[in-house]
Design a protein around this ligand. Structure first.
Ligand code: 3HC
Length: 302
């Protein structure tokens, strides 16, 4: 058992440098939890203003975490925030940022062509041992990784929003992911404080395969005129113990993201009733009402 313990530690210690590609909400959260676990992090984005926004977002999230951890100690709060921030570098240069990475986590837009191109570039610039992963929420790994020469080091790390708070990490293996890669990804998940579950390369993995159709079923219930939005939200919070009702959660995740996931699955599985489009969702997204981030979705926000 001691030998087994040792080898686990030795494997885990191989991941020191993490490069996160994409400085959006998910990328920022992933960078934060990785740096918090004492890993060296580089966040890459082609857009400098996205990097600046990510830096601010990480700082304010860390302040919330620090306030909770060191309630009456302002000095300890500042020390925690700056020690984590010190381990995060921002860069607009992708190939430079992945060359020392032990683990690359992609968290860019859900566009298959852009991702395929990016992964080919990442593989060319990275070491031959670097683990290459995607935080995709709805696309198939087999499709995303199509252009990779070595698919054994490729897998999925699917985090949940808000990343610092949500305790789950779905670790996804596709047909070619090696046992060693999968094991290391599970170890990384534990190192960043998440509970890991093993998923296959199927639409929505576990959580979104159940959660997204549930959110859509709520929309259909409303569209049929069977209940109001606030009543549906209250019902699911108080009757099923969910922290947010389905409409609050959709606004929180982003209606554009919800629509993107459903449209993609509908195209892939046209006969699956659960994946059918919703006229209300389509019209809100068309009008730019994408949820909390735009100030309005199903509800209005200040
Ligand atoms: N960073 C750090 N701390 C945060 C935070 C953040 N981004 N967001 C919230 N917190 C902390 C707050 O500081 C607060 O701490 P406290 O209780 O000690 O004061 C605590 O979380 C609670 O926050 P709030 O009081 O603001 O609000 P809530 O009690 O409603 O909690 C929530 C917020 C954790 C977001 C909770 O509502 C929740 O769990 N909602 C459901 C989220 C969910 O289901 N996410 C998954 C979406 S699906 C997904 O991401 C997959 C993708 O592929 C689509």
């Amino acid at each position: 058992a001691a030998v087994r313990g040792l080898s686990t530690t030795a494997q885990l210690s191989k991941i020191n440098n993490v490069t996160v590609i994409g400085a959006g909400l998910m990328g920022s959260g992933i960078a934060q939890v990785s740096a918090n676990a004492k890993l060296n992090v580089v966040v890459v984005d082609s857009n400098q203003s996205a990097l600046d926004k990510a830096q601010k977002g990480i700082e304010s999230s860390l302040q919330r975490v620090a306030k909770k951890k060191h309630a009456d100690d302002a000095k300890a709060q500042t020390a925690l925030v700056s020690s984590v921030l010190d381990r995060i570098k921002m860069s607009t240069n992708m190939s430079d940022s992945v060359k020392d990475a032990d683990l690359v986590i992609e968290a860019i837009v859900e566009n298959i062509d852009i991702k395929r191109k990016l992964f080919a570039e990442v593989e060319a610039a990275a070491k031959p041992t670097t683990l290459i992963t995607t935080n995709t929420s709805s696309l198939r790994l087999a499709d995303i990784g199509l252009n990779l020469k070595d698919k054994t080091r490729f897998g999925g790390l699917h985090f949940f929003n808000p990343v610092p708070m949500m305790k789950l990490l779905e670790v996804v293996r596709h047909n070619d992911t090696s046992d060693d890669t999968f094991q290391k990804l599970m170890e990384y998940g534990k190192a960043v404080g998440k509970t890991t579950v093993a998923c296959k390369d199927t639409p929505g993995f576990i959580v979104n395969r159940l959660l997204v159709p549930y959110m859509f079923e709520a929309l259909r219930l409303y569209e049929r005129g069977d209940a109001s939005m606030p009543d549906i939200d209250v019902a699911m919070k108080l009757g099923a113990g969910y922290p947010m009702g389905p409409f609050e959660l959709s606004d929180y995740v982003g209606l554009d993201t919800c629509k993107f996931i459903m449209d993609g699955w509908h195209k892939q599985y046209p006969d699956e009733v659960a994946f059918k489009p919703s006229p209300l969702l389509d019209s809100l997204v068309d009008a730019g009402k994408t949820g909390r981030k735009s100030g309005e979705g199903f509800y209005k926000y200040k």
